[in-house]
Design a protein around this ligand. Sequence first.
Ligand code: FAD
Length: 300
Amino acid sequence: MTETAFPAGATARRPQISFEFFPPKTADMEAGLWQTIQRLAPLCPSFVSVTYGAGGSTRERTHATITRILAETDLLPAAHLTCVGAGRGEIDDVISHYHQAGVRHIVALRGDPAGGPGTPYAAHPDGYRSSAELVAGIKRLHPDIEVSVSAYPEKHPESRDFDADIDGLKAKVDAGASRAITQFFFDNDLYWRYLDRVRARGIDIPIVPGILPVQNFKQARGFAGRAGASLPDWLADKFEGLDDDPETRKLVAATVAAGQVQNLAKHGVDAFHFYTMNRADLVFAISHLLGLRPSAQQAA
Ligand code: FAD
């Protein structure tokens, strides 16, 4: 590891945190998400992001969640948006709709192939062909929208090699992206090696580590398989025998994720993006261990 996650000149400060949510499918899930938002909002995240799916109903759920965050909280929402299954006109309408609603931050992604991860990707015939094109489209329509993009410490599974992967990141930065959020990883060396490669390529935007607190090891293994992220043996060992012991699992999960973020923070990382899975408990505990305390003014 030779560099910090932030450009030279950045000074030590309170860690910046951001939280990722997925749009709820049912009334019960929506109630759960709002409890989570109320618990986490006082930690003053720099933004909260809401993921986006390919089908029409999942898109509407993203819009509805973003709209409610804007209406009922002081949080700054970042709407995820993908190129999948829609022409440019339709995507441009979504961007402008968000802008009109007050959204000033989009997480721009290509999205997964319609057949799921591992199947060949085919761009929509009239659509944005890549995430870099989508970033450029957003910036052309609304230059005041901040654009974040993805980054892959273990390279994207479809990338030929790391050079090709970092070419993709460079194209997104050249198109106007000002932050990258990483796929989750559990071995911090993967992040440092990736950061070295990115900085060597002259990319100087923040590369914010994406942290997945392991609520459920089997589920994390499924996510990792689909995302091309590795699960180290030491992690499997720590969760061994805990399938039916949620209380111990939670303590272990908090210890593992807190160790990971504290190690990153010790080496200069000062921003973290948490994949919350719409649950507050672990993320709140880990943020506390990072030194963050709730502020009464920021309650949702
Ligand atoms: P891209 O950056 O578009 O890269 C995809 C592939 O194309 C890579 O192999 C890359 O190397 C290659 N590539 C692209 N441009 C170039 C170039 N110019 N030169 C060389 N190679 C290039 N999915 C959703 O459906 N909804 C979400 O809300 C969502 N949120 C996400 C948030 C984060 C932080 C992350 C890390 C992922 C998210 N995903 C989401 C998953 C993502 O959509 C998939 O991983 C998808 O397969 C790739 O989209 P991308 O924008 O991440 O990748």
